[in-house]
Design a protein around this ligand. Structure first.
Ligand code: AVI
Length: 322
């Protein structure tokens, strides 16, 4: 094996692709959907008529902004609003505008792994909400949260929107909440969005849109393997497939091979064999109900103090305290 091959194997992407495609059944992590093209496709998904999640959470912010801010129970000292995975900040701006209107002393700390996203958001906020105190942070959630642990003596509200927690199976969601718990002081809060169980067809449609954007998003992981790991996946020889189990509330995405085929991945020095109709599991998008969220909170040493939903009850934002 050449040293280049070794480098690729030890990089996280190469290592996990190797692991997932040599396992049975095959799997790849949805975190690998996101490169420049993947980010663009996800932006398009959020604008799709079928993808109700974004609008539902936006509506919650519009409908309940005053009560949401009340639930943060910040005193005259104000607070630090930390957002993990801030993206374009569209929903958060509704709260930020309200905070400025009410003259709440607040510092907004958007955190994202993408420098591009943070630079763009900070610039945009400086223009649109020039009075707002913004401290953008680039990095992995927990590394930045560790840094933020001691930013001030003020209360901290940690926000995680977009049902991002839904991409984690319950044990990993608990790990995530527990980790958040460890960086919280006694009166700090978490404000987190959870997509709710609903008519199964509504869920299926959200992850299987007519225009095929979600299919392209799912297949982007194969495109990345081709580009970054020297793969030769034929994207046309795989179909995007979505299933939803209304009992567990788990939506699962797959890529299914439409024929018997062998794919070379040069940088990993492997050949991956697919039987006709063999699948690669690529994503879970968990849907919740109050009991499940209550259970997650309890397992993580947290308690729900309030929750807010949209008119259709598609989505809920919960406030957690220690
Ligand atoms: C980012 N995440 C919460 C999205 C979801 O709903 O699971 C990603 C996504 N996958 C397909 N469509 C959107």
């Amino acid at each position: 094996m050449s040293s280049k091959n070794l480098d690729v194997l030890v990089c996280a992407f190469g290592k996990e692709v190797h692991e997932g495609l040599t396992s049975f059944p095959k799997y790849l992590s949805s975190k690998f959907f996101y490169d420049e093209l993947g980010d663009k496709l996800f932006q398009q998904i959020m604008d799709l008529p079928e993808y109700y999640l974004t609008n539902a959470e936006y509506d919650i912010f519009q409908l309940h902004k005053t009560d949401i801010l009340k639930s943060f129970d910040a005193d005259k000292e104000g607070f630090d609003l930390v957002e993990l995975g801030a993206g374009d900040g569209k929903k958060t701006k509704v709260l930020l505008r309200e905070l400025l209107k009410e003259e709440h002393p607040v510092t907004y700390h958007p955190i994202d792994i993408s420098k591009h996203a943070i630079d763009g958001l900070v610039e945009n906020l400086n223009q649109e909400l020039s009075k707002l105190d913004v401290e953008g942070q680039i990095g992995e959630y927990f590394e930045v949260l560790d840094r933020l642990k001691h930013i001030s003596d003020r209360k901290k509200v940690i926000m995680v929107l977009g049902s991002n927690i839904g991409n984690l199976l319950h044990p990993r969601a608990i790990q995530f909440l527990k980790k958040l718990n460890t960086v919280m002081h006694s009166d700090d809060l978490i404000f987190m969005g959870f997509d709710q169980k609903k008519h199964p067809q509504k869920v299926l449609d959200a992850y299987n849109d007519k225009s095929g954007v979600t299919a392209a998003f799912n297949k982007n992981v194969l495109a990345r393997i081709n580009k970054e790991l020297g793969g030769n996946f034929d994207l046309e020889a795989f179909i995007h497939w979505e299933v939803y189990d209304p009992e567990s509330g788990t939506a699962k995405s797959y890529l299914v091979s439409t024929k018997k085929q062998t794919v070379d991945i040069d940088c990993l020095s492997i050949q991956v064999h697919f039987e006709a109709w063999e699948s690669i599991h690529t994503e879970i998008s968990q849907k919740y109900d109050d009991d499940t969220v209550k259970w997650l909170a309890k397992e993580s040493g947290l308690e729900i103090s309030e929750s807010f939903t949209d008119e259709n009850k598609y989505y809920k934002n919960y406030v957690f305290k220690k």
